[in-house]
Ligand binder design. Structure first.
Ligand code: 5GP
Ligand code: ZN
Length: 136
């Protein structure tokens, strides 16, 4: 399914041109328009899914295999020394485009980027309460 007003549907299906690194029946991998680092890429499914929760199991599995293949190719040809995989779900998590995408962000020595979070303290009791809440 394609969503009429979705920019990534249009890009993934070739209606809007993009710098494409890979394409098959189900996916397109493109360069991000505002890259965090050289080679910052996005894996887009051609079918519309808002986020991870809306992906089929089959697509979710294939995306990780494709990420592995692309990360290897990018590392070999760009000579990056690390690779971050980032995937935001929901506005609170930083998702700005509501069409699933997996970021592949090559990392270089002194690339000036900081991806991550501020680690907080948690007691064993707090961790156990959270564990129980999740697996209830
Ligand atoms: P999010 O914050 O939703 O995880 O990431 C959205 C990403 O899409 C951003 O990194 C942004 O630069 C990229 N982006 C937004 N619009 C376009 C576009 O029209 N073309 C391309 N190639 N990337 C885009
Ligand atoms: Zn879409």
């Amino acid at each position: 399914m394609k969503k009429e007003d979705c920019i990534f549907c249009k890009i993934a299906n070739g209606e809007i041109p993009s710098k494409t690194l890979y394409e098959d029946e189900e996916f397109r991998v493109i360069l991000d328009l505002n890259p965090a680092t050289k080679g910052h890429a996005l894996i887009l499914p051609k079918n519309h899914a808002d986020d991870l929760y809306e992906l089929s199991d089959g697509q979710a599995s294939k995306i990780m295999l494709l990420a592995k293949k692309m990360a290897r190719q990018m590392t070999e040809n760009l000579h990056c020394i690390g690779m971050n995989l980032v995937q935001n779900n929901g506005e609170a998590a930083g998702q700005t485009v509501r069409h699933f995408h997996l970021h592949l962000i090559p990392r270089y020595e002194n690339d000036g980027q900081q991806l991550g979070w501020k680690p907080c303290e948690a007691t064993q009791e707090e961790l156990e309460m959270v564990r129980k809440q999740i697996v209830q």
